[in-house]
Design a binder for this molecule. Structure first.
Ligand code: UDP
Ligand code: MG
Length: 321
């Protein structure tokens, strides 16, 4: 452990007992071909299965494997953040544990990095073995996001990427609680490029992003980079005022100059229900933002670490944030 690692690979894991060993083996095989010092940092995001035990065993055998163990589940994006906080490499690579992002792409990323790029993201040219629903929602989401925000987030990229030490240090200054890391990295700027790859199907187990988590993730992405949903209220309001005013004129005209006064409360009820619905939706949107402001205001730490393993002796548990 005397030699400083040049590359740091960060792997967030949550209930991955079926894949973790295979994932370790394939990553190691790829990193060994590069012939430069590296470290692999597994971040256990409060798994409830044997994941932590298996990583502990790997750590006993192999001292290049480092381990950050969370006190509970804090979420994928936060696990990645913690991994980055503790790494020391000149280039940091983030990769999923389930082998959907093939480790064999890493050498290509490193090549680009050596050419002078600071961020090399993996671009999913094709996605294998994912449901139509997942692929469809992902496609819609990434396109919607581009339209809603001013930040140039590259289409169809995940968190599988390489970032330079400079970028990693800059990222440490970003303290927001509801994080959309790929967006933040784009926001940081620097010299960016992509390498294309085919996203494989999961090696084993099932996705740790059920629909509910995906939705929350999408809201985090949009709210961290755009106020547009909030403007919805003003636009809808303005449009409605214009319509109502015109309609008011019509009603007054009918009252004064014709004898066609209209009965019918059904139409009133329908209109009322419709607009109550809209108002509730808009209140909900405002609520999403306020909830996130509340999270920021509390200023709690992003994550709590239970133990760390195989880091150099001067690293402490509170070296994160
Ligand atoms: N993950 C995590 N915490 C969570 C959910 C997921 O650390 O709360 C990890 C998971 O173990 C995997 C990566 O994040 O390494 C991506 O998750 P997954 O493959 O389930 O997402 P998908 O590829 O289906 O979008
Ligand atoms: Mg996956």
């Amino acid at each position: 452990m005397s030699e400083k690692s040049k590359y740091s690979v960060v792997v967030p894991v949550y209930n991955e007992e079926e894949v973790i060993l295979e994932s370790y083996k394939r990553l190691k095989a790829v990193m060994d071909t590069i012939r430069e010092p590296y470290e692999i940092v597994f971040v256990n995001d409060g798994s409830r299965d044997k994941t932590a035990i298996i990583i502990n065993e790997i750590c006993e055998m192999d001292k290049t494997i480092r381990f950050i163990d969370f006190s509970r589940n804090f979420g994928h994006q936060i696990a990645i953040t913690a991994g980055m906080d503790y790494t020391e490499g000149d280039a940091v690579i983030v990769i999923d544990a389930d082998l959907q992002d093939p480790p064999e792409v890493i050498p290509k990323m490193i090549e680009k990095w050596k050419e002078g790029y600071d961020v090399v993201y993996g671009k999913r040219a094709q996605r294998k073995g994912e449901t139509f629903f997942k692929q469809f929602t992902a496609k819609v989401f990434y396109r919607l996001l581009v339209r809603m925000t001013d930040v140039d987030v590259p289409l169809d990229t995940g968190d599988f990427r390489l970032i330079d030490r400079k970028v990693c240090n800059a990222l440490k200054k970003v303290n927001e609680k509801n994080r959309y890391i790929r967006g933040i990295i784009s926001w940081l700027g620097f010299k960016q490029t992509g390498v294309e790859f085919t996203r494989d199907k999961r090696f084993a187990g099932e996705t740790k992003y059920p629909f509910k988590k995906m939705l929350r993730f999408a809201f985090d992405a949009i709210t961290s980079f755009s106020y547009k949903p909030l403007k919805l209220a003003s636009y809808a309001g303005m449009l409605l005022s214009v319509f109502s005013f015109v309609y008011l004129l019509v009603v007054v005209y009918q009252k004064l100059f014709t004898d066609r006064t209209q009965p019918g409360w059904a139409s009133i009820l329908a209109v009322n229900l419709f607009f109550n619905g809209i108002i509730l939706i808009i209140l909900g949107i405002i609520g999403e933002y306020i909830g996130r402001i509340y999270d920021e205001a509390k200023g709690r730490p992003l994550y709590i670490v239970r133990q760390i393993k195989n880091f150099s002796d001067d690293k402490k548990i509170d070296d994160g944030r």
